[in-house]
Design a protein around this ligand. Structure first.
Ligand code: FES
Length: 100
């Protein structure tokens, strides 16, 4: 699966990991020690929102649950979004966590 890089809102790298399609990107980031903030955890606030700087085509916005509020075209709610099942292993995804 894809290499996922997470930046903070200042554009500084917070870490990276090899992502999967089973868990949300936010949970995977937290498991890797990248403190992407969560609040509701179910796609109903904007606490976990990330702007996708690279690799938007590899992301399923509602992989682990329905998105209950709108976001910008290039943004995801990382508590419910994950990689698509068909993401190639050499794909690159870069996220900017807007509240980190
Ligand atoms: S934590 Fe509320 S939408 Fe993700």
């Amino acid at each position: 699966m894809a290499q996922v890089t997470v930046q903070n809102r200042l554009g500084e790298n917070e870490g990276c990991f090899t992502g999967n399609a089973e868990e949300s990107l936010g949970v995977q980031a937290q498991d890797e020690g990248i403190p992407v903030p969560f609040s509701c955890g179910v796609g109903a606030c904007r606490t976990c929102m990330c702007t996708v700087l690279e690799g938007l085509e590899h992301i399923d916005r509602e992989a682990v649950g329905p998105q209950q509020i709108p976001t910008e075209e290039d943004a995801i709610l990382s508590c419910i979004a994950s990689l698509r099942e068909d993401t190639p292993p050499d794909a690159q995804v870069t996220l900017r966590s807007e509240n980190l």
